[in-house]
Design a protein around this ligand. Sequence first.
Ligand code: C5P
Length: 297
Amino acid sequence: MSVTVRVPAKVNVQLSVGAARPDGFHDLANVFLAVGLYDEVTVAPADRLRITCSGPDAAQVPLDASNLAARAASALAARHGIAPDVHIHIDKDIPVAGGMAGGSADGAGALLACDALWGTGTPREDLLALCAELGSDVPFSLVGGAALGTGRGERLTPVEVGGTFHWVFAVADGGLSTPAVYREFDRLTEGTRVPEPVASDALLDALRSGDPKALAATLSNDLQAPALSLRPSLAATLAAGTEAGALAALVSGSGPTTAFLTEDEATARKVAAALTASGTCRTARTAASPAPGATVL
Ligand code: C5P
């Protein structure tokens, strides 16, 4: 017997970052949009907790206890006083260490899959609390759709989306460490007054309208400058996508994946082909949003 859960990637359409808090985290106004690129997490009974991964970038995924899927299984088992003896297999399609919440997706996926496998019937509220302990982006991977994340990004309020948005994601060579990008944010803003992060009404209106041009005009990411500072070559990728006809280009989360919003699906395919041909990224993928959250298949 096994259970498989499908979990989406995300892009941040607004990522406003406040000053570092005493605990080292940053308060955020983080508008998440789930996009149709998915990992599939399968769990089956085993004699001990073990984890395997398949997919083109599987070699970059850590298979030890640091993997968020393994941590999720252990946390859920501990809550119910049982042993986390499962084989977790991740079929990975979300870029690794790319700012698209791939690790968070695997954490949320493993949590939901183990809860179904073990018949532990954990209330949704408790699953969300366990997700928040695993990482700031993990609750959103469970919920999907679109949501505003406040606090360190884990406190979610649903956001209305009035249509389908078409994206291209340019995958860079090598990842970027999220803590390193936040540290670079701290370095770049040192000595300045960092404003309280607040959700943009114009951006929320644009999402509600379903109009890609309105959304393009309101996209923002405070981690873009630090990501570009650590990886200056991303500027050429952003320019190549805009020249190819994207409405807007931005770094996805903490990067180094870059995201391009397009008018429609046909333009997305054209921009993806141009980005691949430009030589400024490893590969380019198209995906639509919003996408559903973690789902048992
Ligand atoms: O919550 P998560 O484990 O995903 O965060 C990874 C790292 O990103 C944290 O250790 C911290 O350095 C940084 N971070 C932050 N403020 C947030 C979210 C993450 O500084 N709101």
